[in-house]
Design a protein. Structure first.
Length: 295
């Protein structure tokens, strides 16, 4: 099982391109497989939307949060690393123009030499959709169509696509992605629609485990996959992420064992890592998890 880390780079003391590069280099040197970075285009000082990853539905961040654009962050990281893989955690795909996104990701795929995975989700903030002029209510249908339209643009000569949200004929998008067929779409989200999207349109599923009983949750996903006729044990990238902040370090091994037992190909962790103690913290977590630095 591969092991990756996720980092927001959104705290005031971490919004620094030099730190972003140093973080990627440190994570790679310690032997971790991947680095996942969240993506939101804009934030708000007040929300009415329910945040699905916190028990009380309230977003667990303050009014001064900010994020660099994740694709540009990965472009910077790719120039100071050689092995580390990158993934969005996750990009809210329906908010973006489909073909512009296709071109940006194709370019990033070349910059990283095939080390980028496209983590995508439908999002939860109606405020964000409204500010960007995109229908929140129609985001699911737009999401599905965008995946098909982007893949068609990446893969076909003189491509044509006709949908409700994307229409083109005789389209040329070159060069082709570095990764044959384009980077993998890893569908994020724990709702039933997200599960269905993962097994019908995705190359993998990115679930975020938040302390509930993991086995029934995974049983539900396997049932969705079976109903869709998708063999998730073959040519499917199952990723399970989980936070481990403010908890005993020794408890992390148990979480890793639970995730491994569910057949995950990759585990993604949100850990306590301080800027001033970056190298020591990353190596400490690597030791706890049995992650070995490359020879």
């Amino acid at each position: 099982m591969k092991i990756g880390l996720t980092a927001r780079f959104g705290d005031k003391d971490a919004i620094d391109v030099g730190y972003v590069r140093a973080f990627a280099q440190t994570v790679e040197a310690a032997g971790f497989d991947s680095l996942w970075v969240p993506e939101h285009i804009v934030f708000f000082s007040k929300y009415t939307s329910r945040y699905p990853y916190h028990p009380d539905g309230v977003p667990p961040f303050g009014t001064d949060i900010g994020l660099f654009d994740s694709l540009l962050v990965f472009a910077a990281m790719s120039q100071v690393t050689t092995r580390l893989r990158f993934a969005t955690s996750v990009m809210v795909l329906p908010e973006r123009p489909a073909l512009l996104t296709a071109k940006e990701i194709m370019t990033l795929d070349h910059l990283t030499e095939g080390r980028y995975m496209l983590g995508v989700g439908s999002g939860w903030s109606s405020e964000e959709y409204e500010a960007l002029g995109v229908s929140f209510a129609r985001r699911g249908k737009r999401f599905d169509e965008y995946i098909r339209a982007i893949r068609t643009a990446w893969r076909e000569d003189n491509a044509s696509f006709h949908g409700e949200f994307v229409n083109y004929d005789n389209l040329v998008l070159l060069p082709r992605p570095y990764t044959p067929g384009g980077p993998p779409f890893l569908i994020g989200g724990d709702s039933e629609p997200a599960m269905k999207r993962a097994v019908t349109l995705g190359d993998g599923w990115y679930s975020w485990w938040r302390g509930y009983d993991l086995e029934p949750h995974m049983d539900a996903f396997r049932a969705v996959a079976e109903a869709a006729g998708r063999d998730i044990d073959k040519d499917f990238h199952l990723v399970i992420g989980t936070p481990h902040r403010g908890e005993a370090p020794d408890a992390l091994a148990g979480k890793a064992d639970a995730i491994r037992a569910q057949g995950a190909k990759e585990m993604v962790l949100a850990l306590d890592i301080g800027r001033a103690t970056l190298e020591a913290d990353v190596r400490r977590w690597a030791d706890i998890l049995g992650v070995k630095a490359p020879a």
